[in-house]
Design a protein around this ligand. Structure first.
Ligand code: ATP
Ligand code: MG
Length: 559
């Protein structure tokens, strides 16, 4: 997909565009500046795509800016591999950032603002343990209690915070807390921790720091430093907006960004938590972060999803404040629509059964190939040569010795048309000692290739490949990775993994043109589904194919 199509897209109106329009009209801002702020502790998933399409899309639609900001305040979990994967995935989706930033770019400034809060009597060094802090915090129904360290003098706090920075406290022995209100109905306002001790080497700042700022302190200040106007996050941060505003109201910083919350994307049969995705990868349930069964961006790419189809999905689900669960079929219908329009057609026999044309070579039954269109409606996709010969393969499910009238495929004594080719009649079949059919013998109707012949009206069309030159290849047929629609809610989500989610066909028979399939190229295997050449396991001349999506959906998508 070219960038041109991204540029031409537009976010459908939603409550955030309403807010922006109002802000612009009322003169509260004269431009739009957004950011997409992933923590580099895993690969991006379909939920992130929603946020990417919104943040980068707003910047595009309002002629504004969008930064890619790595929220890298937890060096224990973060990694360069993730930073690189995130950059690649955002670009692959078709977006360009204005700037790449890191929360760690602001560590010096953040430290300065922490000193300012201490100086104003609005932050203190606490020496309660993590468990004690939790216990003192209270509950939704019971107010919290003040820490015995809460009323230290500002001089003492400055000295202790400096000691924290200088590595004089072990992890967990001291932290810096904002001094707000232990009785607040909002738990996040009950003296939240804003700095903690972590003796970990940071990917970018190395060993310069052994204290790291917490999300709620870092995020609002990073937004302010970057001049973000509309800071969009998900609904679970609604209460934290109070803390976001509190921090910015109590430090000397000019720009005041605003936080807005939208619903998270929840997708059926899918996990959108990096921590859980990481478990699936680490414990070997899947073939890496880009396993085609995962709804990570890289997994979807390997599965055959196009950037345009993912953007279209995000457009269709929209941006709202109501949490809901989207059906997998909604995502699938986006890629199906895209590939139906753009994928070349090919013939692939997944369960090969030999078919011998007994009268091959006779006058009118002697074609060695047919030139056929790559797409039924798009001549610009060109044509290809499909070879033909005496021995073919058809799919085992396309032949029965006998069947009722509903069966429109090949049965003994009846005719079908071979796709792009002759009308044939099955005359006999051979079986092995177990009674399984191993070969079908047929007669072709002379001069029937691509033509009607009086007296022959086949009811069905089946596909085939030429046994002499077909490509024997591996095809992966995927189904849902989880047995339940909402694996994220399961107590032990790993126990909901579907052990049969990848069915491997070792020896499918594909038409010979597929030898040239390029890694990640998608095809419609006629009558079977959409398939994509695997980027990891394909070799020149020997692609491996992944099922992208079936041809039809039985559960109509509802978004
Ligand atoms: P995870 O639990 O997977 O780590 P997260 O929300 O902590 O999720 P971040 O890397 O912090 O992940 O998220 C970056 C941005 O993407 C945030 O602005 C976040 O709100 C947004 N985001 C993450 N998951 C979703 C989702 N499922 N739907 C919509 N936006 C999401
Ligand atoms: Mg996060």
């Amino acid at each position: 997909m070219s960038d041109k199509s991204v540029a031409a897209e537009k976010i459908p109106r939603n409550f955030i565009t309403d807010i922006i329009d109002e802000d612009l009209k009322e003169g509260r801002t004269d431009h739009v500046a957004t950011r997409f702020p992933p923590e580099p502790n895993g690969y991006l998933h379909i939920g992130h795509a929603k946020s990417i399409c919104l943040n980068f899309g707003l910047a595009r639609d309002y002629n504004g800016t969008c930064n890619l900001r790595f929220d890298d305040t937890n060096p224990v979990k973060e990694d360069m591999e993730y930073i690189n994967a995130i950059e690649r995935d955002v670009q692959w989706l078709g977006f360009k950032w204005t700037k790449i930033c890191h929360s760690s770019d602001y560590f010096d400034k953040l430290y300065g603002y922490a000193l300012e809060l201490i100086d104003k009597g609005l932050a203190y060094v606490d020496e309660l343990s993590a468990d004690e802090i939790r216990e003192y915090r209270g509950t939704l129904t019971a107010p919290g209690r003040e820490s015995p360290y809460r009323n230290r003098s500002k001089e003492e706090n400055l000295k202790l915070f400096e000691m924290m920075r200088d590595g004089k406290f072990e992890e967990g022995k001291a932290c810096l807390r904002a001094k707000i209100d232990m009785a607040s109905p909002f738990i996040c306002m009950r003296d939240p921790v804003i700095y903690r001790v972590r003796f970990a080497t940071h990917e970018l700042t190395g060993d310069k720091w052994c204290i790291y700022p917490m999300y709620d302190f870092t995020h609002c200040i990073s937004d302010a430093i970057e001049g973000i106007t509309h800071s969009i996050c998900t609904l679970e941060f609604q209460d934290n907006r109070r803390l976001y505003d509190w921090v910015l109201d109590h430090i000397s910083i000019e720009h005041k960004p605003h936080q807005y919350e939208m619903s998270r994307l929840n997708l059926e049969y899918s996990i959108t938590s990096k921590r859980k995705l990481n478990l699936l990868v680490e414990k070997g349930y899947v073939d890496g972060w880009d396993d085609p069964r995962l709804t990570t961006i890289s997994g979807l790419r390997r599965r055959g999803y196009t950037p345009a189809s993912i953007r279209e999905f995000c457009r269709r689900i929209g941006v709202t404040k109501q949490d809901n669960v989207v059906q997998m079929s909604a995502l699938e219908s986006c890629i199906r629509d895209d590939l139906n329009q753009h994928a070349k057609r090919a013939m692939a026999v997944l369960h090969p059964l030999k078919l011998v044309i007994e009268n091959y070579g006779q006058e009118g039954v002697d074609a060695t190939s047919f030139e056929v269109p790559n797409h039924p409606d798009d001549p610009s996709l060109g044509t290809r040569s499909v070879s033909f010969g005496k021995e073919l393969y058809i799919d085992a499910s396309d032949f029965r010795e006998s069947a009722n009238k509903q069966y429109k495929r090949l049965k003994l004594g009846y005719e079908v048309r071979l796709r792009h080719s002759y009308i044939i009649k099955a005359v006999s079949c051979d079986k092995d000692e177990n009674g399984n059919v191993i070969c079908v013998h047929a007669e072709a109707v002379p001069h029937s290739a691509g033509a009607n012949v009086d007296g022959h009206k086949p009811k069905g069309v089946i596909h085939f490949v030429n046994a002499a030159d077909c490509l024997r290849a591996k095809v992966n047929i995927y189904s849902n990775l989880f047995n339940v629609p909402n694996p994220g809610a399961a107590e032990d989500f790993l126990s909901t993994v579907n052990q049969d989610s990848c069915h491997v066909i070792e020896d499918a028979a594909l038409e010979s043109s597929l030898k040239d399939a390029k890694p990640s190229e998608c095809f419609q295997f006629e009558r079977e589904g959409y398939f994509c050449a695997d980027v990891r396991h394909s070799k020149p001349g020997q692609p491996v194919f992944n099922l992208t999506v079936a041809l039809r959906d039985n559960n109509k998508a509802t978004v």
